[in-house]
Write a new protein. Structure first.
Ligand code: NI
Length: 249
């Protein structure tokens, strides 16, 4: 099989695997604050392989996000993008439409990239509601998960969120280095089934690292899906104002 065919094959295999997992696990699990509730599935993670969700914060950025979308498309990989509304409104609408069209999940990362803790209702709306309305105007739907900048959550954030809060379980701190090998190595050595991986698509080195990690993890039997697909595969029903770090307790 040629390179293109092999990559398309990965995408089809990932879709098939999702169906198999969905069939194999019929009981729903109730999430509580990023972990599963008592009595929920305590299945051990498989020693190797499984499903992973790549997530990208702080974009879009014309050059780097375009390169990333090209690389993901070549590999048949779907990711999740938590967007900064101010960047979207600054001429990046076509990139957001491309993400949506190509099967990626889109979420909110505030309008100005500010911490949401301590904000009153109006200020919260100016960050999250404004970005939600902007994305709805572009895409025609309003189901956008929220990733609070810095992962900062308080009672007000939970009450005002109006959507699930998506955190992460693997953090290679890609903003702190320009060495893609180092970032890729962190991801490859830490990733386990059900993990949500944090990256930033505004850095060229992060885009390179993400694609390196995808290629290495594909060889180890991992498949890449959106956050919604990752949680659904484990029968986790997302609720507004509840945070999720991973698809396991
Ligand atoms: Ni951020």
């Amino acid at each position: 099989m040629g390179k293109k065919g092999r990559r398309l094959g990965w995408g089809l295999l990932a879709a098939g695997m999702l169906c198999l997992i969905a069939l194999a696990r019929p009981e729903p699990a109730v999430p509580v604050d990023g972990v599963l509730a008592e009595g929920a599935e305590e299945t051990a993670r498989p020693a190797q392989g499984g499903l992973l969700a790549l997530t990208f914060d702080d974009g879009p950025r014309r050059s780097t996000t375009t390169a990333l979308l090209d690389g993901l498309a070549e590999r048949g990989v779907h990711a999740t993008f938590f967007l900064v509304g101010g960047r979207v409104e600054n001429g990046m609408g076509d990139l957001v439409e491309r993400m949506d069209r190509e099967g990626h999940q889109i979420g909110i990362h505030t309008y100005d990239h500010v911490a949401l803790t301590g904000l009153n209702r109006a200020d919260f709306d100016a960050q999250v509601g404004r970005t939600r309305r902007l994305l709805t105007g572009l895409l025609g739907h309003d189901s956008f998960a929220l990733r609070p900048p810095y992962g900062a959550i308080d009672a007000g954030v939970r009450a005002n969120a109006g959507s699930p809060l998506i955190l992460w379980s693997v953090d290679p701190e890609d903003w702190d280095t320009d060495d893609p090998q180092k970032v890729a190595e962190h991801i490859v050595s830490h990733a386990q089934d059900g993990d949500i991986i944090l990256l930033h698509d505004i850095f060229p080195s992060s885009v390179e690292a993400a694609l390196l990690a995808v290629d290495r993890l594909h060889q180890r039997g991992f498949y890449f899906v959106t956050v919604d697909e990752l949680l659904s595969a484990r029968h986790i029903q997302q609720e507004n104002g509840v945070s999720y770090r991973c698809a396991y307790p």
